[in-house]
Design a protein around this ligand. Sequence first.
Ligand code: NCD
Ligand code: ZN
Length: 352
Amino acid sequence: MPSSSVLTLRRPDDWHLHLRDDAMLRRVLPASAARFGRAIIMPNLRPPLTSVADARAYRARIVAALPVGSRFQPLMTCYATDATCPNEVERGWTEGVFAAVKLYPANATTNSDHGVTDIVRLNPLMERLQALGMPLLVHGEVTSATVDIFDREAVFIERVLAPLLAGFPRLKVVFEHVTTQEAVAFVRGHAAEGRLGATITAHHLLINRNALFAGGLRPHAYCLPVAKRERHRLALVDAATSGEAPFFLGTDSAPHPVAAKESACGCAGIFTAPAGIELYAEVFERAGALDKLEAFASFNGPAFYGLTPNDDTITLHRRPWIMPELVEGVVPFRAGEDITWTLTDTTAGTLQ
Ligand code: NCD
Ligand code: ZN
């Protein structure tokens, strides 16, 4: 596949994406649609998407906002609350509207105040998801004020995720945006079962927690889960570039208007969509593992979700460009800095 300056790969998918709504949706969607064939769309709108009707209407707004000729497919998720009804979830699944259920522990991150207060309350929902083979996507952080913010993912594994997997031995779970060595080891420990996947963002592969404090407080490097120590970043790079089946691409691109980030209480979220695949190419190249990029970006995700890979390709050239300071009113990741790879071509593929 890759020579040193041209990289053609099966079109990738983004298994974790925030598109927002209305004007912001129209502004940020083209960047993702140019690169990815499909994306799992996060449901944390205000109010969150909790019903089949909500998700159907949101999907229609996304499709209406697509550039002409785009074949990008939004895969919708249902936001789990304490009140989520298993019948509604099953209906969304069988009608082809919901691809998964998203679980946010209450108040774990942006727009998660309707999230789940105690996962045990959702046992009937878990039973149903397990029976359907429908994936549960978890934001893996505990929210207790007494647990240090840098430890919240590791504690979540012990307190929530391990018991959940033990209690529901066939439940399919995606451990979203993993950020720690502990998470990587845990996912690998379950690899043989084939029912625990993990998404990894580009920014967690590229920055450690020093980025938050580089010469001053850096709100644009703030996201949740927050970036961790260098040894954790190295564990993530090792996992992503291994090509191992449980690990796949999820940008967690999460745009916020500049004023919402540059604030006394700045929102969590990093906007990577304008270089959504290019940033990963950089990581894989640096690790000497460009030959594993396609597994991570284009094959492992569909295999986990039981879908076929996209039938077309994208091509990147090793030609640096400078990320603008502002993209559609949002400060993107790497603003004003070099991006090594340029997206030069996409093939149309054959319509299915
Ligand atoms: C996301 C957002 O802004 O919606 N923010 C983030 O830091 N990742 C929410 C999330 O996925 O946690
Ligand atoms: Zn997210």
